[in-house]
Design a protein around this ligand. Sequence first.
Ligand code: ARG
Length: 657
Amino acid sequence: MSILPELERRFRRALAPVEEDPDPLLAMIRRSQDPKFGDYQANFAMALGKKLGRDPRQLAAEVAGRLSVDGFCQPPEVAGPGFINLRVRDDWIVDQLTAAIGDERLGVPAAAEPKTYVVDFSAPNVAKPMHVGHIRSTSIGDALARTLRFAGHRVVTDNHIGDWGTQFGMIIYGYRNFCDGEAYGQNPVGELSRLYQLVRRLIDYHAGKTRLAPLAEKLAGLESRLAEMHAEAAAEGKTGDKRVKKAIHRQQKDIDEAREELGELRAKLEAVEQDPELSKLAAEHPRIGQSVLGETSRLHAGDEENRRLWREFLPPCLAALGATYKRLGVAFDHTLGESFYHQRLRPIVEELIAAGIARESDGAVGIFFEGQDAPMLIRKKDGAFLYATTDLATLRYRVEAWQPDAILYVVDFRQSLHFENLFAAARRMGYERLELKHVSFGTVLGEDGRPFKTREGDAVGLESLLDEAVARARKIVEENDDAKPGGAELSPSQRARIAETVGIAALKYADLSQNRDSDYVFSYDKMLAMNGNTATYMQYAYARVRSIFAKGGVDAEALRASRPPIFLNTPAERDLALELLRFGEAVDYCLKDYRPNQLTSYLFELANCYSTFFENCPVLKAETPELRQSRLVLCDLTARTIQKGLGLLGIDVVEKM
Ligand code: ARG
């Protein structure tokens, strides 16, 4: 049983006579910051007192008097201006823990009303290599799917891959014009991704050339305006004026930015021009941007040869994706990419027009929203359909196929407006009761605070990231093993296996432990630290428990079956026990707003409690055999909770490290 929901349930009854809508008040029941104030504290009396025009302390006393917590908490105490402090009874904690010993779910109840969730995550555009950004959607989405399942819900995961977009026009064009047949024969995906990058560079080159002059002009304009500002300030004797200084400062900043942009653009263009091969290709393919769009249109229109190429390219690309997912331990129930919906686009546009939800404007078709200048386009002037059109068709399909209560889209924050519009359109289509949620996330940054890129300015490939993390984990595992007092214990193949698990875990955990809305700085050293909020630390805590069992020759199964009495005689034991019972709470918090960092924070606190316990309470050398058994049970429950918690995050443990 989870403590917080239990408290909420009981407070709900106690609040009923004074408040009709207790939910906001129940949200004010929290863990106490200080053991002086018990384990949990209800802070609503002040807000409620204000609302009812009553003395909060009196109100708190009245509610506390009505609260029935017999057998669960000590009698509530009212403190300060009206806090209600609660201390959970030790015998209750012991009973719950004892029940958890024999429970697969570690005492966490399954949802009383299971719902159906569709989780849309990962969704890379195929034919381009996966890059660092994909780690976010993939890790967060997988963690949420696993946690929802554990919480008792029905979950359908769907990888909405981009297998129908412009990138296919790019590789078709690249294949026709630049393909190295031998390389393609040996490693089709490698060659296709080279072609993709090459075509991308050539398109960017020509687009960049046309941007050059306007950008230089803009910079010159900004600079001459700055000179004017200086002159005006001098003429009016306002050089010291705060406002004038601020305006000049702002202008200077705009100039710096424009200059930097121009510098970057020039460098990019130069890189192509100084490469004889590339500059030759660029000169030979001046209209490459247009041509690529043409290839994509022909593919969509059913051109035989382009369709044939598409069918040829797709399987090896999917196989490469599959290999990465396998390494990451991620699987999907469905992989219905954009191409799956292409026959459904025309009908849905027509239907939306007929229903008056979309309308024509300037030859294009869009859905218009109040307060927004631009509509969400669903058909272009030239008849092409858009990302939004596919998403509308996808939504319709998902509702019909799976009847979900909720659809989660785990996608980059840059697509916020797209999803806002999509959801608004969905409500107009009548999907009012469906929960639609953009589980948005920020950018992965390099140590310089800018989006994480290779030295050449490309996004960092996901495979190379995994390899590097594993290589570094390998070093840590080796050092650790070599430093063991009794000498190294692991064989080379064990070391390699552990390094793979530890490296990938570090990468995922580093991502999941961030507030997903924030950007975060990618650092191998931090993510693999043995101390701190890392997977490595959690895995180490787990392995440490297992090594105690090995050292003491303790059979965990037999220990569990014997259900020994649990003693909570020291603060460290009681803190650990209480923390163990908070697992269900962490799961609830994680799912409340789809934030896996609620789970990592919990696990980190649990590992810290365990650390304190371990320092203060001898286990194998406990004073009595009964105490030894009790402490072993606490160790075992800790290890199982860590294992389960990491498992919900898609992270494996290792028995030895
Ligand atoms: N393929 C898209 C991208 O790489 C993400 C798709 C997300 N899912 C969706 N239903 N729009 O940006």
